[in-house]
Design a protein around this ligand. Structure first.
Ligand SMILES: Cc1cc2nc3c(=O)[nH]c(=O)nc-3n(C[C@H](O)[C@H](O)[C@H](O)COP(=O)(O)OP(=O)(O)OC[C@H]3O[C@@H](n4cnc5c(N)ncnc54)[C@H](O)[C@@H]3O)c2cc1C
Ligand code: SF4
Length: 516
């Protein structure tokens, strides 16, 4: 009998994937495709391409060892059609399947292409929901229906009730849903965390790294420190190390930043979660077990669980709820080009330079670096959201449209006009100074507000608030800062505006070749 053809995309590396469930191995051909279009529609960080191709090749090997027939198309296959649609068409010719069965993709662009398969191909096409997420797209839609603001906190409580995680009967363990207030400790002198495990490249990864150097040599980033988990077993090891060594202090220092300490107590599990190598619910249950066993405090475990069943699930629902409009949202009318130094790291701003260095070396930066340094800069400087979105999609090994876009457009840039956040995440140098050790050795002075040598975040902050006064004055969470601004008087206000202008005028726009 003609087989079922099961295309598995690069971020669907899960053995229990819905499209494989219930199929017989001798009646199924799994199709995996390394395609040029996906590797280059933006010029992804070299580590990101190496990670995805290596994890795909390992996954294909494991499936074959388990008895599945895998039709694997490599990037350098001379007949490679370069796109998912082209490769599925070629596989249909090779395999003559009776059915194509696939799990929905994580990206709007690919979903649009996939929606055309049924008309294009000679056999039926079945597109299944991706049930690796706890909240389906439809369920999120029902929750969002009729709400003007889509606050994560309320969604998160629903997810706690639904999963039973950290619940004590009908209420939250400890009496509170959220312990975020305890999770904002500034870094102590010499704060360092046990390093996350790194996995030395094996033969498969080494081959992929050579391919990436040869074919994507002009892409951003370095491969020297590549050590990402590329199999479920390695991801499992990374998760175990996190639970034992870093989870207990994850909460306390969640918002802290230390120069040269790239990971602190963060899990570094986003790449494995997003590839499908780890199960989100399982991870959260294990974190809860650490709390119940007295090995990790509630503020740490609740914080970790909230990131996964709260933020991660929420942004995915938010993405599908607001696409395609979200990609073009620009509520603050920001039009400035991205500065070149975002690619080179060539800036005297020590906080920005450190975040860009970590991004270049590791294809990673932690959440507060992404939000309160890089995102904050882009917000205050009024950089075009599409340019910022492109940058974030390129540079992080965990970046996929469904998670990158809502975080950048809605959380960091307020481009959605406040559907996600009740106020913009805007901050002056004071915040960065409080939460990091960046400022002490910076060429700029964080206490100087304007003029030569003043921390650029200070003038950019007030210039931003001034530019958007009409929108934010009535906002109950930040409106009161206009009282401070008014008290400064016209002379001081002029100085802020002039300092911001001098700084912004001095920024060299980025070369577009970094992205495409
Ligand atoms: C501007 C900006 C861009 C971002 N882009 C991405 C992206 O492309 N891909 C991505 O996976 N995350 C993104 N995030 C969210 C977050 O920064 C990363 O998930 C996190 O830094 C990954 O490192 P970690 O695994 O050590 O996370 P931890 O701090 O250990 O958190 C645990 C897990 O929670 C999840 N998580 C935490 N915060 C978020 C969030 N805001 N949205 C979704 N999941 C979250 C992740 O799966 C993460 O692995 C972005 C955040 C911002 C502010
Ligand atoms: S002084 Fe300003 S630019 Fe320098 S590290 Fe601090 S916040 Fe960043």
């Amino acid at each position: 009998m003609a087989p079922v053809l099961v295309p598995i995309l690069g971020d669907q590396l899960t053995r229990s994937l819905a499209s494989l469930r219930g199929l017989a191995k001798d009646d199924t051909v799994v199709l995996m495709m390394e395609v040029w279009d996906e590797a280059t529609y933006v010029k992804h960080h070299k580590q990101k391409i190496a990670l995805i191709f290596s994890a795909m090749r390992h996954f294909a090997t494991e499936l074959a060892e388990a008895g599945w027939t895998v039709d694997y198309v490599r990037l350098d296959d001379p007949d490679n059609a370069g796109s998912f649609t082209g490769e599925v068409a070629r596989a249909i010719e090779r395999q003559s399947p009776r059915l194509v069965r696939v799990v929905e993709p994580g990206e709007w662009r690919v979903a649009q292409a996939m929606a055309e398969w049924a008309d294009k191909f000679p056999c039926p096409v079945e597109i299944l929901p991706d049930d690796r997420f706890l909240c389906s797209v439809a369920e999120f839609g029902e929750w969002a229906e009729g709400r003007r603001q889509l606050r994560m906190e309320f969604f998160y409580r629903e997810m706690r009730r639904k999963t039973g995680l950290l619940m004590d009967g009908a209420g939250p363990v400890g009496g509170q849903w959220n312990y975020d207030a305890e999770n904002r400790k500034p870094p102590k002198e010499g704060l360092a965390a046990p390093p996350a495990p790194k996995f030395a490249p094996d033969a498969i990864t080494a081959e992929v790294i050579a391919l990436v150097e040869a074919r994507f040599g002009d892409h951003f980033g370095s491969l020297d420190r590549f050590g990402w988990p590329v199999t479920a077993a390695q991801a499992e090891q990374a998760a175990e190390a996190f639970m034992a060594e870093r989870l207990p202090r994850f909460g306390d220092y969640q918002d802290a930043m230390v120069h040269g300490e790239d990971d602190l107590f963060h899990s570094l599990l986003s790449t494995s979660l997003n590839l499908g190598l780890l199960d989100p619910l399982d991870l959260c249950r294990r974190a809860e077990a650490e709390y119940r066993a007295g090995r990790a405090p509630l503020n740490a475990v609740e914080g970790f669980v909230r990131q996964i069943i709260g933020w991660r699930e929420y942004v995915r629902g938010f993405y599908w709820h607001l696409m395609p409009g979200l990609a073009d949202a620009n509520a603050l009318g920001a039009t400035r080009p991205l500065p070149e130094f975002w690619w080179t790291g060539d800036t005297r701003m020590r906080c920005m330079a450190d975040c860009i260095r970590s991004t270049h070396d590791n294809a990673h930066a932690h959440h507060i670096q992404r939000l309160m340094v890089l995102g904050n800069f882009a917000l205050l400087a009024g950089i075009d959201p599409r340019a910022v979105q492109d940058w974030f999609l390129v540079v992080y090994a965990d970046a996929y449209d469904w998670v990158e876009l809502p975080n950048v457009a809605a959380m960091a840039l307020y481009a959605d006009g406040g559907r996600l956040a009740s106020k913009p995440y805007a901050a002056s140098g004071n915040y960065i100074n409080k939460m990091s050790n960046y400022c002490g050795k910076c060429a700029y002075s964080v206490t100087k507000k304007t003029g030569e040598g003043a921390c650029p975040f200070n003038a950019l902050y007030w210039d931003f608030m001034d530019r958007h006064r009409k929108r934010f004055e009535a906002n109950p969470r930040i409106g009161r800062i206009y009282g401070t601004w008014d008290k400064m008087g016209p002379e001081k206000q002029r100085e802020y505006r002039a300092s911001a202008k001098t700084f912004l005028d001095g920024l060299e726009p980025a070369n577009p070749n970094w992205v495409r």
